[in-house]
Design a protein around this ligand. Structure first.
Ligand code: FE2
Ligand code: FE2
Length: 306
């Protein structure tokens, strides 16, 4: 049904642009599907079109990885914070972050596409609270409580379409369950203080724990309403401080390992390009490795987890 090995036309090598194009189209598509639907639900047709875009993005990521060109292309700014741009940009970034983990651990292109799809859909529930999310104001206590409904809301917005797409043969039952599980569980915390179910530690599905790390890195490092983005050294120290509290140590290690080691790309680029931090790419490399090593030590395993 879907050609995972489909080749791009010509000698296109603008990998980043291709992935961004596929995912930006996906994000626009999620928005219009939800808004045009009288029931506020993504249709099976919407899920199918979204999955097609995620497969394109996954194929491009694999080609990029095989060509030794595994760039990071998160959109780090999201300055358009008082519009819904930030919801869409965040969906893209989390999809990309999960895709990177998948590719770097050798998952198939299809599996990668499912992970990207999970990332694209994880905060679907926020479309129901767009006015709160995009107010640009600090959330009141009651708004904060309302926002905690978003995983459940997202689950209901996507459930029917996802299940119908299984019936139509677009997704397998296992793939559908994985996506739904992550939409529902991405706000759980390792210490059991998350929501909606307050599940704890390894009882939280591992894919959702990885999503929680990618989700938080993007949330911390970009503009969100009144929040100024944290510098990457702050992000890394927050990650470190919250291992075993908010984050699974293995999930943090996997995310850090998915950044290329031999190139000044990705998270390191964000920092080295920042005039505010004055931190060099080499210093960030060092921070990442010492953090990964300390996490690995805490877990009692060698620093290199592959
Ligand atoms: Fe969320
Ligand atoms: Fe999120």
């Amino acid at each position: 049904m879907f050609d995972l090995e489909q080749k791009k036309g010509g000698k296109e090598n603008n990998f980043d642009g291709l992935i961004q194009k596929a995912l930006s189209a996906s994000a626009d598509h999620i928005e219009s599907s939800i808004k045009e639907s009288s029931t506020n639900e993504l249709s099976a047709d919407g899920i199918e079109r979204l999955f097609t875009n995620c497969i394109q993005a996954a194929n491009t990521m694999h080609e990029q990885y095989n060509a030794g060109e595994f760039h990071d292309f998160w959109d780090p700014a999201g300055y358009d914070y008082n519009t819904n741009h930030q919801i869409k940009r965040h969906a893209n970034n989390v999809g990309i972050g999960l895709g990177r983990i998948s590719v770097s651990r050798g998952d198939s292109a299809r599996k990668t596409a499912v992970r990207i799809m999970s990332g694209m859909l994880h905060d679907s529930g926020k479309w129901s609270y767009e006015s709160i999310v995009c107010s640009g104001e600090k959330l009141s206590a009651s708004d904060y409580k309302t926002m905690q409904e978003h995983p459940m809301e997202g689950y209901f917005m996507t459930h029917k379409g996802i299940r119908e797409s299984v019936r139509l043969g677009v997704l397998s039952a296992e793939e559908a369950t994985e996506i739904e599980t992550d939409v529902l569980n991405h706000q759980q915390r390792y210490d059991g203080s998350g929501y909606p179910m307050k599940t704890k530690g390894e009882n939280i599905p591992f894919s959702s724990l990885e999503m929680g790390v990618v989700d938080s890195i993007d949330a911390m490092s970009t503009f969100r309403g009144h929040n100024m983005p944290k510098t990457m050294d702050q992000v890394l120290s927050d990650l470190n401080r919250n291992v075993m509290v908010q984050f699974s140590p293995l999930a943090v290690a996997n995310v850090l390992e998915s950044y290329p080691k031999d190139k000044s790309t990705g998270i390191r680029d964000v920092v080295s390009n920042s005039t505010e931090t004055g931190i060099t790419a080499a210093e960030v490399n060092l921070m990442i490795y010492s953090l990964a090593a300390s996490i690995a030590k805490r877990r009692g395993v060698p620093a290199h987890i592959h």
